[in-house]
Design a protein around this ligand. Structure first.
Ligand SMILES: [Zn+2]
Length: 199
Protein backbone atom coordinates (compact mmCIF):
# COMPACT_ATOMS: atom_id res chain seq x y z
CA UNK A 1 0.00 0.00 0.00
CA UNK A 2 1.10 3.52 -0.69
CA UNK A 3 1.24 5.79 2.32
CA UNK A 4 -0.36 9.19 2.20
CA UNK A 5 0.37 12.29 4.26
CA UNK A 6 -2.68 12.49 6.52
CA UNK A 7 -1.93 15.99 7.78
CA UNK A 8 -2.11 17.54 4.33
CA UNK A 9 -5.44 18.76 3.02
CA UNK A 10 -4.38 19.70 -0.47
CA UNK A 11 -6.55 18.79 -3.41
CA UNK A 12 -3.83 16.62 -4.91
CA UNK A 13 -3.69 14.50 -1.78
CA UNK A 14 -7.43 13.98 -1.90
CA UNK A 15 -7.19 12.96 -5.52
CA UNK A 16 -4.35 10.57 -4.75
CA UNK A 17 -6.35 9.02 -1.94
CA UNK A 18 -9.35 8.63 -4.17
CA UNK A 19 -7.28 7.01 -6.91
CA UNK A 20 -5.70 4.68 -4.39
CA UNK A 21 -9.16 3.74 -3.11
CA UNK A 22 -10.37 2.95 -6.62
CA UNK A 23 -7.32 0.77 -7.38
CA UNK A 24 -7.76 -1.04 -4.06
CA UNK A 25 -11.44 -1.55 -4.77
CA UNK A 26 -10.67 -3.12 -8.15
CA UNK A 27 -8.08 -5.36 -6.49
CA UNK A 28 -10.60 -6.45 -3.89
CA UNK A 29 -13.15 -7.25 -6.57
CA UNK A 30 -10.56 -9.40 -8.32
CA UNK A 31 -9.87 -11.35 -5.16
CA UNK A 32 -13.59 -11.81 -4.62
CA UNK A 33 -13.53 -13.89 -7.75
CA UNK A 34 -14.89 -11.81 -10.60
CA UNK A 35 -12.44 -13.37 -13.01
CA UNK A 36 -14.12 -11.63 -15.91
CA UNK A 37 -12.19 -8.48 -14.92
CA UNK A 38 -8.81 -10.03 -15.43
CA UNK A 39 -8.40 -10.92 -19.12
CA UNK A 40 -8.73 -7.36 -20.37
CA UNK A 41 -6.15 -6.19 -17.83
CA UNK A 42 -3.80 -9.10 -18.46
CA UNK A 43 -3.79 -8.95 -22.21
CA UNK A 44 -3.73 -5.25 -22.90
CA UNK A 45 -1.20 -4.84 -25.68
CA UNK A 46 -0.41 -8.54 -25.97
CA UNK A 47 -0.92 -9.12 -29.70
CA UNK A 48 -4.25 -9.11 -31.49
CA UNK A 49 -7.32 -9.66 -29.31
CA UNK A 50 -7.76 -13.33 -30.15
CA UNK A 51 -4.15 -14.47 -30.25
CA UNK A 52 -1.03 -14.41 -28.10
CA UNK A 53 2.59 -15.06 -28.99
CA UNK A 54 4.40 -17.59 -26.83
CA UNK A 55 7.55 -19.70 -26.98
CA UNK A 56 6.73 -23.38 -27.28
CA UNK A 57 8.80 -26.07 -25.55
CA UNK A 58 9.05 -29.80 -26.14
CA UNK A 59 8.56 -32.13 -23.17
CA UNK A 60 12.36 -32.51 -23.21
CA UNK A 61 12.50 -28.83 -22.27
CA UNK A 62 13.82 -27.57 -25.61
CA UNK A 63 12.39 -24.38 -27.13
CA UNK A 64 10.76 -25.13 -30.48
CA UNK A 65 10.06 -21.58 -31.57
CA UNK A 66 7.77 -18.60 -31.11
CA UNK A 67 4.23 -19.15 -32.25
CA UNK A 68 0.98 -17.20 -32.30
CA UNK A 69 -1.78 -19.26 -30.75
CA UNK A 70 -5.42 -18.55 -30.01
CA UNK A 71 -6.01 -17.44 -26.45
CA UNK A 72 -7.64 -20.20 -24.43
CA UNK A 73 -10.95 -18.87 -23.16
CA UNK A 74 -13.46 -21.13 -21.39
CA UNK A 75 -16.38 -20.43 -19.09
CA UNK A 76 -15.84 -21.05 -15.39
CA UNK A 77 -18.18 -24.06 -15.53
CA UNK A 78 -15.83 -25.82 -17.98
CA UNK A 79 -12.71 -25.04 -15.96
CA UNK A 80 -14.44 -26.41 -12.88
CA UNK A 81 -15.08 -29.71 -14.65
CA UNK A 82 -11.56 -29.95 -16.06
CA UNK A 83 -9.58 -29.04 -12.93
CA UNK A 84 -9.15 -30.38 -9.42
CA UNK A 85 -10.89 -28.08 -6.90
CA UNK A 86 -7.65 -26.54 -5.58
CA UNK A 87 -6.35 -25.96 -9.13
CA UNK A 88 -9.64 -24.33 -10.10
CA UNK A 89 -9.57 -22.03 -7.07
CA UNK A 90 -5.95 -21.01 -7.64
CA UNK A 91 -5.93 -20.55 -11.40
CA UNK A 92 -9.38 -19.16 -12.09
CA UNK A 93 -10.00 -17.29 -8.80
CA UNK A 94 -6.47 -16.18 -7.88
CA UNK A 95 -6.45 -18.19 -4.66
CA UNK A 96 -3.25 -19.41 -2.97
CA UNK A 97 -2.66 -23.00 -1.88
CA UNK A 98 -1.52 -23.53 1.71
CA UNK A 99 2.30 -23.73 1.96
CA UNK A 100 3.89 -27.21 2.09
CA UNK A 101 0.68 -28.77 0.73
CA UNK A 102 1.44 -28.79 -2.99
CA UNK A 103 3.09 -31.54 -5.01
CA UNK A 104 6.17 -29.68 -6.23
CA UNK A 105 7.46 -27.31 -3.53
CA UNK A 106 10.04 -29.97 -2.62
CA UNK A 107 10.47 -31.45 -6.10
CA UNK A 108 14.11 -31.70 -7.16
CA UNK A 109 13.63 -33.65 -10.39
CA UNK A 110 14.67 -32.15 -13.71
CA UNK A 111 11.87 -31.10 -15.98
CA UNK A 112 9.51 -28.34 -16.92
CA UNK A 113 6.39 -26.95 -15.39
CA UNK A 114 3.38 -26.41 -17.64
CA UNK A 115 0.23 -24.44 -16.94
CA UNK A 116 -2.30 -26.89 -15.48
CA UNK A 117 -5.06 -25.29 -17.59
CA UNK A 118 -3.57 -25.04 -21.10
CA UNK A 119 -0.14 -26.80 -21.05
CA UNK A 120 1.80 -23.62 -21.86
CA UNK A 121 5.37 -24.06 -20.53
CA UNK A 122 5.91 -21.59 -17.69
CA UNK A 123 8.92 -22.64 -15.56
CA UNK A 124 11.92 -24.96 -15.69
CA UNK A 125 13.67 -26.92 -12.95
CA UNK A 126 16.86 -25.17 -14.11
CA UNK A 127 15.80 -21.98 -12.30
CA UNK A 128 14.07 -23.57 -9.30
CA UNK A 129 15.58 -22.84 -5.92
CA UNK A 130 15.03 -23.64 -2.25
CA UNK A 131 13.07 -20.67 -0.92
CA UNK A 132 11.96 -22.20 2.37
CA UNK A 133 8.43 -20.91 1.78
CA UNK A 134 6.63 -24.18 1.05
CA UNK A 135 5.79 -23.04 -2.49
CA UNK A 136 7.73 -23.94 -5.66
CA UNK A 137 10.03 -20.98 -6.30
CA UNK A 138 11.98 -19.92 -9.39
CA UNK A 139 14.27 -17.02 -10.24
CA UNK A 140 12.89 -16.59 -13.75
CA UNK A 141 10.16 -17.94 -16.04
CA UNK A 142 11.05 -20.37 -18.83
CA UNK A 143 10.27 -17.55 -21.31
CA UNK A 144 9.09 -14.07 -20.46
CA UNK A 145 6.67 -14.26 -23.41
CA UNK A 146 4.79 -17.11 -21.71
CA UNK A 147 3.65 -15.24 -18.64
CA UNK A 148 1.99 -11.94 -17.77
CA UNK A 149 2.85 -9.85 -14.71
CA UNK A 150 0.20 -7.54 -13.30
CA UNK A 151 0.26 -5.25 -10.29
CA UNK A 152 -2.14 -6.69 -7.73
CA UNK A 153 -3.50 -4.51 -4.91
CA UNK A 154 -5.63 -7.26 -3.38
CA UNK A 155 -5.55 -8.17 0.33
CA UNK A 156 -4.25 -4.69 1.16
CA UNK A 157 -0.80 -5.48 -0.23
CA UNK A 158 0.94 -4.27 -3.33
CA UNK A 159 2.18 -7.37 -5.13
CA UNK A 160 2.84 -8.46 -8.70
CA UNK A 161 0.62 -11.31 -9.84
CA UNK A 162 1.89 -13.78 -12.42
CA UNK A 163 -0.46 -15.44 -14.87
CA UNK A 164 -0.30 -17.64 -17.96
CA UNK A 165 -0.13 -15.70 -21.23
CA UNK A 166 -2.13 -18.30 -23.10
CA UNK A 167 -5.14 -18.82 -20.82
CA UNK A 168 -4.85 -16.17 -18.10
CA UNK A 169 -4.55 -18.76 -15.31
CA UNK A 170 -3.31 -17.20 -12.08
CA UNK A 171 -0.01 -18.92 -11.21
CA UNK A 172 1.37 -16.99 -8.23
CA UNK A 173 3.28 -13.80 -7.45
CA UNK A 174 6.78 -12.46 -8.07
CA UNK A 175 8.84 -10.69 -5.40
CA UNK A 176 12.20 -8.92 -5.55
CA UNK A 177 13.89 -10.88 -2.75
CA UNK A 178 15.11 -13.79 -4.86
CA UNK A 179 18.61 -15.12 -5.47
CA UNK A 180 21.09 -14.19 -8.18
CA UNK A 181 21.28 -13.76 -11.10
CA UNK A 182 17.87 -12.01 -11.31
CA UNK A 183 17.14 -11.24 -7.66
CA UNK A 184 13.55 -12.32 -8.32
CA UNK A 185 11.46 -14.91 -6.52
CA UNK A 186 8.60 -16.31 -8.56
CA UNK A 187 6.47 -17.82 -5.80
CA UNK A 188 4.17 -20.22 -7.59
CA UNK A 189 1.36 -22.58 -6.66
CA UNK A 190 1.95 -26.29 -7.28
CA UNK A 191 -1.74 -26.62 -8.07
CA UNK A 192 -1.40 -24.21 -11.00
CA UNK A 193 1.22 -26.28 -12.79
CA UNK A 194 1.78 -29.77 -14.21
CA UNK A 195 5.33 -31.08 -13.82
CA UNK A 196 6.83 -32.90 -16.80
CA UNK A 197 9.91 -34.87 -15.82
CA UNK A 198 12.75 -35.02 -18.32
CA UNK A 199 14.91 -38.12 -18.67
ZN1 LIG B 1 -2.41 -21.51 -19.26
Amino acid sequence: MQSHPLNSDTLSTQQTNRRSFLITAVGAVGVAGLAAWRPSLAFAGAGTPGTVTIVQFSDAGKPTGKVSVPRVVRPDSEWKQKLAPISFQVTRHADTERPYTGSTWNNHDHGLYRCICCDNAVFSSETKFESGTGWPSFWQPIAKENIVEIRDMGLGMERTAVSCRECDAHLGHVFDDGPRPTGLRYCMNSAAMRFVKTA
